[in-house]
Ligand binder design. Structure first.
Ligand code: NAI
Length: 308
């Protein structure tokens, strides 16, 4: 099995590192446009193999897509990250050109690859990939809700003083500070609804902190985060290559599900060997439906920028 990660920057390299440590592939190709950058990251990572004990061959390449041939999964992280004060939406013009070009090159050499889109604004980049690549929709997966859900569990774990692994929780909708929807009603702690163990006030703060979770880190770091985004990308790769059929929130093409069409948006899906395999209907209440439709409107407006 071969996996490619495009973009050897903070998120791409972290994703590759996780993929190697988990031994999800025999071969892992890290590709970047910056001369020597992916090569350097790959060699550095390969020098951890003797220390960490993994057996994945990581190759770094500068823009040579022939080296990625036959990849089962390609993770696209190439593009600009946001700086403090920037929204994900402001990255749209530059990243659209990058993501489209990269995805086309990947498919030239790996026509069967499942594409995971991470570059921001991710919902629009996923939609762009869906529209421009002509692939079956299940092979295009946007990674955003997987990260936002992990952040939701982090803030819940702080409020409950517990381990994130004791929690279930999903964030759906768009991957933007104002478009994501932490589904507090469905979150559980040790199988109990969190609404039974936390006050409405605390839950509202958890949801608010989750929504600006990325911006909080951008403020602290001076650029956007990488550990959790990289790990989230690798978790999706793992569910695909091991056919785990785990439930994640991913940005996928909606065709009437959740009342939306002609859009890619974060919903709970089963992820397995065929990409995203099934959308799970969470039966939203009226308030959640309103929030979801509002989120869709905002993402659609962003998608329309591409058409202008
Ligand atoms: P970074 O700047 O550290 O890395 C980006 C890399 O992409 C650079 O090494 C650059 O040389 C490379 N690149 C640019 N154009 C390329 C091209 N045409 N072909 C190949 N490589 C190219 O940025 P970072 O922090 O890794 O973020 C990457 C992207 O991921 C950003 O758009 C960021 O906003 C997004 N992101 C998305 C998240 C999500 O949840 N969906 C979470 C965190 C970041």
């Amino acid at each position: 099995m071969k996996i490619t990660v495009v973009g050897a920057g903070a998120v791409g390299a972290t994703c590759a590192d996780n993929i190697a440590r988990k031994e999800l592939a025999e071969e892992l190709v890290l590709l970047d446009i910056k001369e020597g950058f992916a090569e350097g990251k790959a060699i550095d990572m390969m020098q951890t193999a003797a220390l960490l004990g993994f057996n994945t061959k990581i190759t770094g390449v500068t823009n040579d897509y022939s080296q990625t041939a036959g990849s089962a999964v390609a993770v696209i992280t190439s593009g600009l990250p946001r700086k403090p004060g920037m929204t994900r939406e402001e990255l749209i013009g530059i990243n659209a050109g990058i993501v489209k070009g990269v995805a086309e090159n990947i498919l030239k050499f790996s026509p069967d690859a499942i594409i995971i889109v991470i570059s921001n604004p991710m919902d629009t980049m996923t939609y762009l990939s869906l529209k421009s690549l002509g692939l079956p929709k299940n092979r295009i997966i946007g990674m955003g809700g997987t990260l936002d859900s992990a952040r939701f569990k982090y803030y819940l774990s702080v409020a409950l003083n517990c381990n994130s692994n004791d929690l279930q929780g999903f964030v759906i909708g768009g991957h933007g500070d104002t478009t994501m929807i932490p589904l507090t009603r469905y979150a559980t702690y040790q199988s109990l609804p969190v609404t039974d163990v936390l006050s409405a006030e605390v839950l509202a703060k958890v949801a608010a902190d989750t929504m600006v979770g990325g911006a909080t880190l951008t403020g602290l770091l001076g650029t956007s985060a990488w550990y959790a985004p990289g790990a989230a990308g690798a978790a999706l790769v793992e569910s695909i290559v091991r056919d785990e059929k785990k439930l994640f929130t991913c940005c996928v093409a909606l065709d009437g599900e959740y009342g939306q069409t002609d859009i890619c948006l974060g919903v709970p899906v089963i992820v397995g060997r065929n990409g995203w395999e099934k959308i799970i209907d969470y039966n939203l209440n009226e308030e959640e439906k309103v929030a979801f439709n509002k989120s869709a409107d905002a993402v659609r407006a962003m998608n329309n920028v591409l058409k202008e």
